[in-house]
Design a protein around this ligand. Structure first.
Ligand SMILES: O=C(O)CCC(=O)C(=O)O
Ligand SMILES: [Fe+2]
Length: 857
């Protein structure tokens, strides 16, 4: 027995020794592999590694796979990764055709997945199952879902917000793009966040009743220009804005149209010594806007036209033809008036006599005609009661002074006026009146330098006021009020902290609903976890998940749900950390934040990104949209061109480059690519979200291929492509590489008029396996990248005005990667080469022949 036992023990020891030896050699092997990463990857160990981590791994292009790879490396091979980072990136890139950005860590990978979810409108369930629009890949685990849920809670992702109609988008973006930056030289990032904000805000307007639209548009027309001594160019853009915006709205009632247009005609030019051409476009606007009017009585016509004829030209040396069209307009416009009461006439005329001359040192005769004008016009519009008239006159007297520095008593009388006046016009409830008056008291002084608390009360006012008048939803009210806060600040060079709160509001909308979706998915998946997966990360218990969901519910004001989850969580594990936090927050609930109902509102941008092939969101109905040959100076060069939009001009040219040329540009920059820095907010620590990709520049004179390409672009655009500033050519060729979820959100290439990029010429250097379209939300246009194809569009119209309709975006890459090459062609050497037409809005097609001819000379 002893012998047998000792034999048994010996055998076991030997076995154990063998096992230990095996284990040692395995460990040695691993150490060797990690020491020599090239060996490690060369024998496809990476693939094995991945296959162990997930099931049903098809390839490394699937977003879920990449997410797993990154997690794996960050959690398990962090050290090895640090030492061999470059090699890791190159291997992934080479063997899988997938490019990961250098900072590709879990946060970025999470942002990438959430961005894909948002833009492509994917459901959490589909993503967890690995189904990306029919493209199947590995499933996500419960842990992945928790991570994404928690990440969504603090996501810095711009959600696809609302679906504005094209005309609304146009006026919104025109207004914001042109007006705000123009006024105060906002930094690009501020402009961007403001414009984002406004896009959200005005959406609210879109479903407004006609009367609301009226008052909003009236506000914009009247208020914005009035505030500061605008520079001539700003005035011009404001008036342009008005020309475009107002007609785009709803059918304004005649009286609203009248007052708005009257204001614009008389006020704007008067205040700022507009250039003749601006005056002309203002008057044109009015001529176009106010068609459906009645006939004036002869005496009204006469005095009105006298006024305009005398008044405007006197002040601004309008050209005779402008004077004529303005006076014609007024002759037509102001027919349906009533007779003024004597007292109204008097107070109105008093005002004008005093105010206007004071501002602009009018000549006596001008003053007289202005006062005549006002005598006729103003009272007629509102059949004011005597007391209202009085306050109106008071108001005006005071108001104009007020623009510069109001004394407290002035503010008070102004606010009295507004209280009475608005009340009279809109039968406001007492509380609304009160807030209106509060508003004015605050608002006017505010124009110069608002303290934070003033901003706050202004925004409060607007919230209350608009809400009261038009039963706005809470979240609309909130965005409107935020808008005001932002706008007013924006005019005065935002402080970093304001910028930050603006951008937080706009871009850091914490995505509570998405977060709840992911947390729910995690609970559903929880039981599927394998033992190895639970080893990778400490798995939160269901008790913790429920407590976290409770915290999210509290943030969106759903206290009952939060309590319910608290009870459930407590039953499962009364000691969890998140539970204690939830308990505390239930006693002292946090501020409720707005919920973005993404599923109900898919933006045009999102819709266009989801289109599988190059196409229009709405079918085009312009018969001029054809395929044609585009000829160049060189007889043997003839390109197939497809016109996508006539005004603004957008077209495609197939096979613009050869495969060899495209490959040349990619390899020319491979070691020079740098992550683009286009921060979303003033806080530099934020990860850039506006544009994610890598960029490098190729000098035109650096190679024969580059020189030839730039020449070819000149020949098909009939434009000068090499703008020399001194000896240096401005704007070299730009090569951009986008990896998974790489994108560029909606923007204009001449985001500021000062950038002067007349035309964008973009060449696709690669196909994209899935996603990555270039889309024009306002034109309803989606272009699927095709290798060697060029896409071009103008950023200025044929009147050399800044074109906002060609705002565009690069949709996130869903699979594979995307390479483009861009040449931005400047206005400066082309301002005379691209002639303007005889009509203000001639199309590019109409001036094209002339451009071609001139280029040959
Ligand atoms: O990548 C694209 O499709 C568009 C890029 C773009 O608009 C830009 O870089 O300005
Ligand atoms: Fe662009």
């Amino acid at each position: 027995d002893v012998v047998t036992s000792s034999m048994k023990i010996r055998r076991m020891v030997t076995e154990e020794k063998n096992l230990l030896l095996k284990l040692k050699s395995f460990i040695d092997n691993q150490i060797e592999s990690i020491k020599n990463m090239s060996q490690f990857y060369a024998d496809r160990r990476l693939q094995l590694l991945l296959e162990n981590a997930t099931t049903n791994m098809t390839d490394l292009e699937h977003p879920n796979t990449i997410y797993h790879v990154i997690k794996k490396f960050v959690y398990q091979y962090g050290k090895a990764l640090n030492e061999n980072y470059d090699f890791f990136l190159k291997t992934i890139q080479k063997s899988t055709d997938v490019y990961l950005s250098e900072q590709a860590e879990i946060n970025e990978a999470s942002i990438a997945l959430l961005r894909l979810q948002i833009v492509y409108n994917l459901s959490v369930a589909d993503m967890v199952d690995g189904d990306y629009l029919g493209y199947k890949g590995p499933a996500l685990t419960s842990v992945d879902a928790v991570e994404l849920g928690v990440f969504a809670l603090s996501a810095r992702i711009v959600p696809a917000r609302h679906s504005l109609s094209p005309s609304t988008s146009q006026s919104v973006s025109q207004h914001v793009t042109v007006c705000l930056p123009a006024r105060h030289s906002l930094s690009p990032c501020t402009s961007q966040s403001v414009s984002q904000h406004v896009t959200v805000c005005l959406h609210a307007r879109h479903s407004l009743s006609p009367s609301t639209s009226q008052s909003v548009s009236q506000h914009v027309t009247v208020c914005l220009p009035a505030r500061h001594s605008l520079s001539p160019s700003t005035s011009q853009s404001v008036s342009q804005h008005v020309t475009v915006c107002l007609p785009a709205r709803h059918s304004l009632s005649p009286s609203t149209s009248q007052s708005v247009s009257q204001h614009v005609t008389v006020c704007l030019p008067a205040r700022h010594s507009l250039s003749p051409s601006t005056s002309q476009s203002v008057s044109q606007h009015v001529t176009v806007c106010l068609p459906a009017r009645h006939s004036l009585s002869p005496s009204t016509s006469q005095s009105v036209s006298q006024h305009v004829t005398v008044c405007l030209p006197a002040r601004h040396s309008l050209s005779p033809s402008t004077s004529q069209s303005v006076s014609q307009h007024v002759t037509v416009c102001l027919p349906a008036r009533h007779s003024l009461s004597p007292s109204t006439s008097q107070s109105v005329s008093q005002h004008v006599t005093v105010c206007l001359p004071a501002r602009h040192s009018l000549s006596p005769s001008t003053s007289q005609s202005v006062s005549q004008h006002v005598t006729v016009c103003l009272p007629a519009r509102h059949s004011l009661s005597p007391s209202t008239s009085q306050s109106v006159s008071q108001h005006v007297t005071v108001c104009l002074h007020a623009r510069h520095s109001l004394s407290p008593s002035t503010s008070q009388s102004v606010s009295m006026h507004v209280t009475v006046c608005l009340h009279a016009r809109h039968s406001l409830s007492p509380s609304t009146s009160q807030s209106v008056s509060q508003h004015v008291t605050v608002c006017l002084p505010a124009r110069h330098s608002l303290s934070p608390c003033t901003s706050q009360s202004v925004s409060m006012h607007v919230t209350v006021c608009l809400h009261a008048r038009h039963s706005l939803s809470p979240c609309t009210s909130q965005s409107v009020s935020m808008h005001v806060t932002v706008c007013l600040h924006a005019r005065h060079s935002l402080s970093p902290c304001t910028s930050q709160s603006v951008s937080m509001h706009v871009t850091v909308s914490k995505d509570y609903l998405t977060s709840l979706d992911w947390l729910n998915a995690s609970i559903t998946k929880h039981s599927d976890m394998t033992y190895t997966q639970t080893l990778l990360i400490e798995l939160p218990t269901i008790a913790v998940l429920k407590a976290v969901m409770g915290l999210v519910y509290l943030r969106i004001g759903k206290i009952d749900e939060a309590k319910h989850l608290y009870n459930e969580s407590k039953m499962l594990d009364p000691k969890s950390f998140s539970l204690a936090e939830l308990e505390q927050q239930l006693l002292n609930p946090p501020d409720v934040e707005p919920v973005i109902e993404r599923k109900l509102t898919v933006s045009n941008y999102s819709r266009l990104c989801r289109l599988r092939h190059q196409q229009f969101h709405q079918p085009p109905n312009d018969v001029r949209l054809v395929c044609r040959y585009r000829e160049t100076l060189l007889p043997y060069y003839r390109f197939q061109e497809e016109l996508l939009s006539i005004s603004p001009f957008v077209s495609l040219i197939y096979k613009f480059t050869t495969d060899t040329e495209s490959e040349f540009f990619k390899s020319a920059v491979r070691n020079k690519l740098k992550k683009v820095e286009e921060p979303d907010s003033a806080d530099d620590s934020f990860i850039t979200e506006a544009r994610t990709g890598q960029v490098a520049y190729v000098e035109e004179n650096s190679s024969e291929t580059a020189r030839r390409l730039v020449h070819k672009i000149a020949h098909v655009t009939y434009l000068e492509t090499s703008f020399q500033n001194g000896k240096k050519a401005v704007d070299s060729l730009q090569v951009v590489n986008y990896g998974l979820a790489g994108h560029f959100k909606v923007h204009n290439d001449s985001a500021l008029e000062t950038l002067h990029r007349m035309l964008t010429f973009l060449i696709y250097l690669s196909d994209v396996k899935m996603g990555g379209a270039t889309v024009f939300p306002q034109l309803g246009l989606s272009v699927t990248p095709v290798k060697n194809m060029a896409l071009m569009w103008y950023n200025f119209n044929t009147s050399h005005q800044y074109e906002t309709m060609t705002s565009h975006a690069a949709c996130p890459v869903l699979r594979g990667h995307k390479w483009i090459l861009m040449k931005l062609i400047k206005n400066q050497p082309n301002i005379f080469r691209r002639r303007c037409g005889l009509q203000p809005n001639v199309s590019q097609l109409e001036i094209e022949e002339d451009m071609k001819r001139r280029y040959r000379i």
